[in-house]
Design a protein around this ligand. Structure first.
Ligand code: NAD
Length: 498
C-alpha cells in the first residue's frame, strides 16, 4: 500500500471522532510515510483515541511543485489552529534550494524541546545494551542550526552558533520537569564548555541554576566527547540527558540505534503553543509501497502525542498492546530474528496484531504507566532584567591575503584616534600579534581587537569613525563584533594564546 490517493477518504474509513475530540493536523508524508501513518491511525482509533484528524499536504510533492519550504501556505492555518501535528516522514528532494521542512516547522512554531526516549526491548529485540532506558532531551531551535552562515573571505566560511539564555532556560526547565513527571532519577547535561566557554558555558550554567530547584533529582555534567563515549559504551548509567541542538541531533540517533533500531524510536517536538510528533527515522523510499515498513517509531510518537493532549489512558493502552506484540515475537522484517521472533508480518498486519492486543499488558517488559504519572506543568518563562552593559572594545574582522601579522598591525593602527588601542590580532582564533610564532599557519581571515583604556568605555560613534579611517586606509573589513561587559563580566572570549 502506498500513499492514500486521498487522505481524507482514508480518514473517512476510520470510526468518526466523537464530539469534543481533540483536533490533530496529520501529514501522511512520503516513501513509507503513508503506509505507516495509516497503520498508526488505525491503532490509535481502535484504542479509543479521542482525536479528530485534519490532513495537510507536505513533503516531496509540495517541494516539486515549486514550493521550496515543502509546506503549502494553507497548511499553516491548520497547524496554528489545532496546535498538534502528527507527521509521517517526508523525502527531501536531492539538490540545492530545498529548505528542511522539519527545521522550518520546528522553528516557525517554536518547538524548542525534542524528546526522544531510547529504550531497549531485550530479549525480544537484539541490542548490545539490554538495560538501556535513556531519554534524550535536545534543544531544537538554536546552536549551529540557527542557519546563519557566511562566506567571509576567499578562504573562510563561518556558521554562527547562537545560544540564548531564554533557549537554555526553556530546554533545561523542560528536562527537569519531564524527569520529575516521568519518574526519572538523574538528569545529565552534555556540553563542550571547556572550549566554548560562553555558548556551551551558558547552557551548563543554566543547567546548574535550574537544577538547584530540583533537589530530589541527581544531577551531573559531562563534556560531550567523553559523555558520548560513555553513552555508547554503557548507556544504563544515564537516565535523562539534556543537550544543545547539534550534540542532541547526533547522539539521539546513536542512542536510538544502540537501543535496538532507529526504526523503533518516537520523537516529540514541544513548544509553548504547539507540538509535533513523529518517528525519528526518514521516509526509507526503497521500502515504500511494499507493506514492509515498521510503524513502531511513528506509533510511539503517537503515544507521546496522546500523553501531550491529556489522553494518558489511551497512550497506556496503545503502548502496552505494542509491548505485548513485541514480546509475543510478532515482528516486522527489520527487527525479525530467527529463534526469537515467532511471526514475520507486514505493516498493516502488524497494526492488526497490536489492535488484537489492546487491553493486554506485557509480562516481561516494563509496562507503560502514563495514567499514574503527574501532568507536566511548566512554569511560565519570564525574562530576566537586563544587565548593565558597557562597550569596552571591538573586534574588526579583515580579509587580507598574503600579509604578515606585523604589517597588518601597522595598517590597523592607522584607524586609532581615541582612548583605545590595537591590542591583539588573531588568525582562526589564535594570537599572531603581538608576539606570534612563525609556525602558526595563517589564512586570509584576521580578527583585529581594539580595547578601550580602562574606565573609558567606547561609544558607537567612535566605532563608526574607526571603520571610516580603516576604509580610507584600504582595509577590507568584513564584519565587526562589539566587546561588552555585562554587570562588569566580560562578554567575549580571549584569543587562544592571549
Ligand atoms: P531513513 O531513516 O529513511 O532510512 C534508512 C534505512 O533505515 C532504510 O533504508 C531502511 O532500511 C531503514 N528504515 C528506516 N525506517 C524504517 C522503518 N520504519 N521500517 C523498516 N526499516 C526502516 O534514512 P535515509 O535513507 O537517510 O533518508 C531517506 C529520506 O528520508 C531522505 O529524503 C531524508 O531527507 C528523509 N528523512 C526525513 C526525516 C523526517 O521526515 N523526519 C528524517 C530523516 C530523514
Amino acid at each position: 500500500m502506498n500513499a492514500p490517493a486521498n487522505p481524507a477518504a482514508f480518514l473517512d474509513t476510520l470510526k468518526r471522532p466523537e464530539a469534543g475530540a481533540t483536533p490533530v493536523t496529520v501529514a501522511f508524508g512520503d516513501g513509507i510515510g503513508p503506509e505507516i501513518m495509516q497503520a498508526c491511525l488505525k491503532i490509535l482509533v481502535a484504542a479509543g483515541a479521542r482525536l479528530a484528524f485534519e490532513p495537510i499536504d507536505i513533503g516531496e510533492r509540495v517541494y516539486l511543485s515549486g514550493n521550496t519550504a515543502g509546506i503549502a501556505p494553507e497548511a499553516w492555518e491548520s497547524l496554528r489552529r489545532t496546535k498538534v501535528f502528527y507527521k509521517a516522514p517526508i523525502t527531501t528532494p536531492q539538490g540545492g534550494g530545498f529548505k528542511s521542512l522539519n527545521v522550518t516547522v520546528r522553528k516557525t512554531l517554536g518547538l524548542y524541546a525534542n524528546v526522544r526516549p531510547c529504550t531497549a526491548y531485550a530479549p525480544f529485540i537484539a541490542t548490545k545494551h539490554p538495560d538501556m532506558d535513556v531519554v534524550i532531551v535536545r534543544e531544537n531551535e538554536e546552536d549551529l542550526y540557527a542557519g546563519i552562515e557566511h562566506r567571509q573571505t576567499d578562504e573562510v566560511v563561518q556558521c554562527l552558533k547562537i545560544i540564548s539564555r531564554p533557549g537554555c532556560e526553556k530546554i533545561v526547565r523542560y528536562a527537569f520537569e519531564y524527569a520529575r513527571a516521568h519518574g526519572r532519577k538523574k538528569v545529565t547535561c552534555f556540553t563542550k564548555d571547556n572550549i566554548m566557554k560562553l555558548t556551551d558555558g551558558l547552557f551548563h550554567k543554566v543547567f546548574d541554576e535550574i537544577g538547584a530547584e530540583y533537589p530530589e533529582l541527581e544531577k551531573e555534567h559531562w563534556i560531550v566527547d567523553i559523555g558520548a563515549a560513555k553513552l555508547a559504551d554503557n548507556p544504563s548509567q544515564f537516565d535523562l540527558i539534556v543537550m544543545p541542538n547539534l550534540y542532541g541531533d547526533i547522539l539521539s540517533d546513536v542512542a536510538a540505534e544502540i537501543a535496538g533500531s532507529v526504526g523503533l524510536a518516537g520523537s516529540a517536538n514541544i513548544g509553548e503553543h504547539c507540538a509535533m510528533f513523529e518517528a525519528i527515522h526518514g521516509s526509507a523510499p526503497r521500502r515504500a509501497g511494499q507493506d514492509l515498513a515498521n510503524p513502531s517509531g511513528l506509533l510511539l510518537g503517537g503515544v507521546q502525542m496522546l500523553v501531550h493532549v491529556g489522553q494518558a489512558d489511551v497512550a497506556e493502552r496503545v503502548h502496552n498492546a505494542w509491548l505485548k506484540t513485541i514480546e509475543d515475537g510478532v515482528h516486522t522484517y527489520d527487527i525479525f530474528t530467527e529463534g526469537v521472533s515467532t511471526k514475520k508480518v507486514g505493516t498493516q498486519a502488524f497494526a492488526a496484531e497490536v489492535i488484537a492486543r489492546l487491553g493486554q499488558r506485557p509480562t516481561t517488559l516494563r509496562a507503560a504507566d502514563y495514567a499514574a504519572r503527574p501532568t507536566m506543568r511548566l512554569p511560565t518563562w519570564t525574562r530576566k532584567p537586563p544587565a548593565k552593559k558597557e562597550l569596552v572594545g571591538i573586534d574588526v574582522f579583515v580579509h587580507a591575503p598574503g600579509i604578515a601579522a606585523d604589517a597588518l598591525a601597522a595598517t590597523m593602527k592607522q584607524g586609532v584616534f581615541g582612548p583605545y588601542e590595537l591590542a591583539m590580532i588573531t588568525n582562526r582564533g589564535v594570537k599572531v600579534w603581538p608576539g606570534g610564532l612563525p609556525e602558526t599557519f595563517c589564512t586570509d581571515h584576521w580578527r583585529c581587537r581594539y580595547m578601550a583604556e580602562p574606565g573609558k568605555p567606547l561609544h558607537h560613534a567612535m566605532i563608526a569613525e574607526l571603520l571610516g579611517r580603516l576604509a580610507k586606509a584600504g582595509v577590507d573589513f568584513i564584519k565587526t563584533e562589539h566587546l561588552c561587559t555585562f554587570d562588569g563580566e566580560p562578554g567575549y572570549s580571549l584569543g587562544q594564546g592571549q
